[in-house]
Every structure is written in structure tokens, then in C-alpha cells.
Design a protein. Structure first.
Length: 496
């Protein structure tokens, strides 16, 4: 059990005793150790919220702060509680109130699919009531209908009230909706536009006081992403495979759109290769490419390893894994060193694998998993469970970079960072990486691109140390990496 998991466990014990302030202290400790865990952030915010509801108003602000962080990581249950804190009719101790913000958070609860069915049902019912108060009875009826289908007793009476104000044809359209996934099409059939706030997949960033918009990376076009893929150093076989996958999915979608039969294709992939061979970079590009051709709706890449999936005690591994799956819906879940999930004895890694297999079965569209690791270990991983090899039937091998490619990567790093090389530096770097390649080519592992980046960062530090003692430094001197900067040993002579 990790230290963060230990803190979380202690926090849960205090939470069960209704000692919410004490529980929050341990949840906060866990969240500081794992800042990207929406579970620990949610637990901290939820405990502080409970503390505030018991009369301690000083817990209101930190409760919202932790819940907003969890919401930013696509935690639907955090969105639901935040909606309640802004809803004047629910958590009255919280200030300020803002119905528009409450509406946005409830919509995010539905969009991210809250793990708690009770929270999801309540969010749907609250949405219905908000829309009902605005005399938007189509939406009010739709949301309360879906809440009723999730066994919300309060929603039943609300739905009867709102549906009585609609035409019979509109009621039939609404009652054909089965779950939250049917909302966009149902609204379209009712003649109402979409009502999810902002671009789908973007986290809610705060309450009414948040006036500064979130700066998003500009969305790249299909052509830009393909150019970026094809301009990567080396990886010729990988580029060919990815180009073929993109072409196959484009044609498959065309056939489907034109009413033709499309051959079922498994989206899930295995990336094998040593560290530093570009597996994560290619996965991120593939996510964007699939988004641009309509295979994925959001195109985000969620990176995780064993520590992000496996907990130290019964029941928590499935929760951690489900959390990452929800975060990756509409994009790619990238599991690095996936073979570490398979260990002998009483290990919770198998629980993570079982949860992943179920997620693959439940989300056959708009969700992709890539498992990555060393070739031999990944082969053993696929053989560890009968369901793995049949679902991961496409393997892409990432070969080690040779000396010339390693040199090209170094030059590209320099170019992108605004550095130039002298002739002597270029000659030394080329010889250095050719020698590195010859020494590591027969070894089982090589650091590849990571070795280049480490080399580059050391060169930049060496340049800084060389220039630090000078009183005046020209722009040219700041840009040039000299021979003594890249020599990791024997920094004895200077260049003119």
C-alpha cells in the first residue's frame, strides 16, 4: 500500500465515524502525494463539505476548492456536489449562490456519468427542476424522466407535472430515452438545441467569480496532425502502421455513413518497445487523429501506470481503475508498463485487468486503450488472461533509434529550443551518439530518446555554467552550444 493509499484509508475510517474534519486532513495528505488523483481530491472536498453542512462555515471555501480540482479532472460526483453548493435550494450554508453555475455542474455530472447512481439521478432531477423554473418544460420533462428511470422517487412526481404540459408526441419522444446517452438525440427530436456548457469534454473551471477563461491548446487539423506524425525522426514502420489505421477507420466510417456494411475493427492497440522510442508521442497524435476523423469525440490521452490503477486493499482497485476509464472516455487510456499488472500471488492487479476488460466491453465505441511495454513482457501480459489477446490483436513495434536518428533528435531539440551548434559540436555529437548506439544495440534495453534529452539538458546546464562568470553576454553566446558544452567528460579546451 502506498502512503497516499494509507492516508486515504485512514480518512475513510474517520469519514465513516462522521468525523469529517479529521477525515479531510488525511484525504488532503493523500491528494498532496498524488495531485492528479481526482478520487483523493473528491474525498477531501466531500469531507469538508459535510463538515460545512454541520455548521462549520470555514470549511465552505476549501470544500469548493478541492471539489473544483476534482471536477477539473472529470470527476462527475465532485461536479454534482459543486452543483449543490451553488444551488439555492440545496446546500444553503454555501455562498455565493448562482443557479447558472449550478446548472453547468449538474450538466457535467451527467456528461461525465457519475459513479454514484444516486448522485446521477439527483443531478438529473435537479436539472429538470431548474429548467422547469425557467418554463423549459421539454428539458424539465426529459431530465426528470431519466431521473425517474434511475429510481428517483422525487423525480416521478416532477415528471408527471412537467409532462402534463407537453403534447402526446413530445411525451413519446421523451419516454423513448433510456439513459443519459440519449439526451442529445432526444433534444434534437424535440426541436431543442444541445445544452452542455462549452465544448464537450472540457472541465468546469469554477464558480461565478472565475472570470478568466481557461487557455486551451489550439486544436490541430487532420493535416497538421498527419504532418507532425510523418515528420517524427525514424519510426518508419510505426508511421506506416498508424497511417494504415487512420485510412482504415476513415473508409470504415464512410461505408457506415452511406449505409454499407463496415467490417468490425478492434480499436485497442499494443505498443511494444524500449523506453524513449516515442510510444506516448504517437499515442497522443493518434488520439487527435481519431478525433478529427470522428472515431473519438474528445481525443484526449490519459496516461497511467500500475500505481494509478491498483490500490492496496479490497474494492479500491476497481474504483481507481473506473475513475481513469471515465476520465478517458471519448479518448485514449494509455497504460504504460501494463505487464506490471500481472503478478503472482494475492495481487490486486488482476482486479484492474478485470475492470479494464469490462470497460472495453461496455464502451465499444468512443473509447480506446493502448497498453505499452517491453516486447517480451507484453507478450506474457497478453497470455495472462484469455480475454486480453483477443481484444488487443494489433501490435505495433517501436524499434530503437540508430546513431544517426539519435543525432537528428538532438538537433531537433536544439532547434526547437532556440540553440545553434558549432561545426565541432555537430561532429562530436554525431560521433557520440553513433558510439552510444553501438554500445547499446546488443543490450536488452536502451534509453533512446530519453538519453538524448538527458544529454541535451546537461549541455544546456554546461553552457549556463560557462557563461555565468561573464559580465556581458551577447545574444549569439546565449544561442550557441560549443564543444565544451556537449563534452560530458574532458571539458578542457575552448573554441574560438
Amino acid at each position: 500500500m502506498t502512503k497516499a493509499e494509507e492516508y486515504n484509508k485512514i480518512g475513510m475510517e474517520y469519514f465513516s465515524k462522521r468525523e469529517y474534519r479529521k477525515a479531510s486532513e488525511y484525504f488532503i495528505k493523500a491528494s498532496r502525494l498524488q495531485e492528479k488523483s481526482s478520487l483523493y481530491l473528491y474525498n477531501a472536498g466531500n469531507a469538508l463539505c459535510r463538515d460545512a453542512l454541520e455548521g462549520r462555515k470555514e470549511s465552505c471555501a476549501p470544500a469548493r476548492a478541492y471539489l473544483e480540482k476534482a471536477a477539473g479532472l472529470f470527476n462527475a460526483d465532485a461536479c454534482y456536489i459543486l452543483g449543490n453548493t451553488y444551488n439555492p435550494a440545496v446546500y444553503k450554508v454555501f455562498e455565493p449562490k448562482d443557479m447558472k453555475t449550478a446548472l453547468d455542474y449538474y450538466l457535467k455530472t451527467v456528461e461525465y456519468r457519475a459513479q454514484s447512481s444516486r448522485n446521477l439521478a439527483s443531478a438529473l432531477n435537479n436539472l429538470g427542476c431548474i429548467y422547469g423554473g425557467e418554463n423549459d418544460f421539454k428539458r424539465a420533462a426529459l431530465y426528470t424522466w431519466l431521473a425517474w428511470k434511475k429510481n428517483s422517487s422525487a423525480a416521478r412526481e416532477n415528471y408527471k407535472t412537467y409532462s402534463s404540459l407537453l403534447e402526446p408526441g413530445q411525451i413519446r419522444i421523451i419516454e423513448s430515452a433510456v439513459d443519459a446517452g440519449d439526451i442529445p438525440m432526444t433534444l434534437k427530436n424535440l426541436g431543442a438545441g444541445p445544452d452542455l456548457p462549452g465544448q464537450a469534454g472540457q472541465p468546469v473551471t469554477g464558480g461565478p467569480s472565475s472570470q478568466t477563461p481557461v487557455k486551451e491548446e489550439p486544436r490541430k487539423s487532420l493535416e497538421e496532425l498527419m504532418d507532425e506524425l510523418n515528420s517524427l525522426v525514424g519510426l518508419e514502420n510505426v508511421k506506416k502502421e498508424v497511417n494504415s489505421l487512420v485510412n482504415l477507420m476513415r473508409v470504415s466510417r464512410m461505408r457506415k455513413e452511406r449505409g454499407m456494411k463496415a467490417t468490425p475493427v478492434s480499436l485497442h492497440l499494443v505498443f511494444t518497445g524500449n523506453p524513449g522510442t516515442g510510444k506516448t508521442t504517437v499515442a497522443r497524435l493518434l488520439a487527435g487523429l481519431y478525433r478529427e476523423i470522428g472515431v473519438l469525440s474528445r481525443g484526449q490521452l490519459v496516461e497511467v501506470d500500475r500505481s494509478g490503477l491498483v490500490a492496496g486493499y479490497i474494492g479500491q482497485t476497481a474504483i481507481k481503475t473506473q475513475e481513469k476509464v471515465r476520465e478517458a472516455l471519448g479518448g485514449i487510456l494509455f497504460i504504460d508498463e501494463a505487464y506490471t499488472l500481472v503478478k503472482e500471488g494475492n495481487d490486486f492487479g488482476q482486479e484492474a485487468i478485470d475492470t479494464i476488460l469490462k470497460a472495453m466491453e461496455d464502451n465499444r465505441e468512443d473509447f480506446l486503450i493502448i497498453v505499452a511495454g517491453y516486447p517480451e513482457q507484453m507478450d506474457q501480459f497478453l497470455d495472462s488472461n484469455p480475454g486480453l489477446r483477443s481484444r488487443f490483436n494489433k501490435i505495433i513495434e517501436f524499434e530503437d533509434y540508430d546513431g544517426e536518428e539519435l543525432t537528428d533528435i538532438f538537433r531537433l531539440l536544439c532547434k526547437n529550443s532556440g540553440y545553434t551548434l558549432t561545426a565541432a559540436t555537430r561532429k562530436y555529437v554525431s560521433e557520440y551518439f553513433e558510439d552510444y548506439y553501438q554500445k547499446t544495440r546488443d543490450q536488452e534495453t536502451s534509453d533512446n530518446g530519453r538519453a538524448v534529452r538527458n544529454f541535451f539538458e546537461k549541455a544546456v546546464v554546461n553552457q549556463a555554467n560557462r557563461l555565468a562568470s561573464k559580465k556581458t553576454i551577447s545574444d549569439k553566446e546565449l544561442m550557441v552550444l560549443k564543444l565544451q558544452d556537449v563534452r560530458m567528460e574532458e571539458p578542457d579546451q575552448d573554441e574560438e
